[in-house]
Design a protein around this ligand. Structure first.
Ligand code: EPU
Length: 302
């Protein structure tokens, strides 16, 4: 969607929003898949309610893009603009056992920054790509750690009220790859409480997780991590592997040879290729095991 030539562009500029026309989202996602749209980069959190009001008044649909690591975006000209939250490096401030983190901060960078300040607990999350906001919304987890366990407060933009609000950790439900946030809540900042641990001990834990991940996941290929959630008591990766689907392709979208729940873009895969592969594998698993796999990857269709 092109808004850079519309009257709203000047109003957004007045709010300090940077407008980038015709951005190829394939370059902003770890899958290397996605169409074209205008992109808005916010530079201040407090302008968000005004920006959202402007977009709503002009009838312009939008999506927030975090790290782009767990999303499959439609091809072609997209019917919505993409917003990016303000980002500053490292986006983390430490005060005692608390870490105050921007949603746009890199999750791995945050784990490392906290470790250097002798704050641990999140070692398992080290290799999970993406932003802290994305991790928070999905309750990202790996190797027995889930980010939700450490959340004490979240500052968010609540679309329902049009206001920025602070929610206490114990008011949020964190389940497996799911949270009680409303779908249109926008994570802005989070306060984490982390256990004190010497840096060298945290580093040892980080190394173990990195090695496990390197041994089992296709880290040097374009992917969005696991495509399906694990059904209760079962492993999506193991079932797909048992069906001998490693290497199975649709166009340039392929089931990874290394981990069957990772689908990779081996060339110039389109969203249609990837969705075709996802549906095909889901169908085969349903037929063989009677289990309906649920997407873990977030799909942005046209
Ligand atoms: N397995 C196979 N073949 C495969 C892949 C896995 O037989 O191709 C078997 C493994 O041998 C193991 C079992 O399936 O016995 C589970 O595999 P793994 O330990 O790799 O974990 P996973 O359940 O497939 C989950 C998360 C990952 C996370 C790892 C490590 C989900 C959907 N996936 O994978 O998260 O990194 O555990 O904690 O919950 C992601 O969220 O995108 C993601 C990759």
């Amino acid at each position: 969607m092109r808004i850079s030539d519309k009257p709203i562009a000047a109003r957004l500029k007045e709010l300090g929003v940077e407008l980038r026309p015709d951005v190829d989202l394939a370059e902003e996602t770890s899958l290397g898949i996605g169409g074209i749209t205008d992109e808005l980069r916010l530079h201040r959190y407090d302008t968000l309610p005004q920006v959202m009001r402007l977009l709503a008044d002009a009838g312009i649909p939008h999506r927030f893009l975090g790290g782009g690591t767990n999303v499959l975006i439609a091809d072609g000209n997209l019917p919505w603009v993409v917003l990016h939250l303000p980002s500053a490096y490292p986006g983390v401030r430490i005060d005692g056992n608390f870490a105050y983190v921007d949603a746009s901060a890199d999750l791995g960078g945050t784990v490392t920054f906290c470790a250097k300040n002798d704050l641990g607990g999140m070692e398992g999350l080290i290799g999970v790509p993406g932003s802290v906001g994305g991790a928070l919304r999905m309750n990202a987890g790996a190797y027995g750690t889930q980010i939700g366990s450490y959340v004490r407060e979240v500052e968010l933009y609540r679309a329902a009220t049009g206001e920025i609000e602070t929610v206490r950790g114990n008011e949020i439900r964190f389940d497996y790859r799911h949270t009680s946030f409303a779908p249109d809540d926008v994570m802005l900042r989070v306060k984490l409480e982390l256990p004190s641990r010497p840096y060298k001990d945290i580093l040892a834990g980080i190394r173990v997780c990195n090695e496990k991940r390197r041994a089992s996941q296709p880290l040097n290929q374009k992917s969005a991590g696991c495509i399906f959630k694990n059904p209760p008591g079962a492993s999506a990766g193991r079932m797909i592997d048992e069906l001998k689907l490693k290497g199975h392709r649709m166009g340039d979208a392929a089931v990874s040879d290394r981990h069957a729940n990772f689908f990779v873009n081996v060339g110039h895969a389109s969203c249609t290729d990837m969705l075709g592969l996802i549906d095909d594998v889901r169908e085969r698993v349903r037929t063989a095991y009677g289990i309906e796999l649920e997407n873990e990857v977030i799909v942005w269709k046209n």
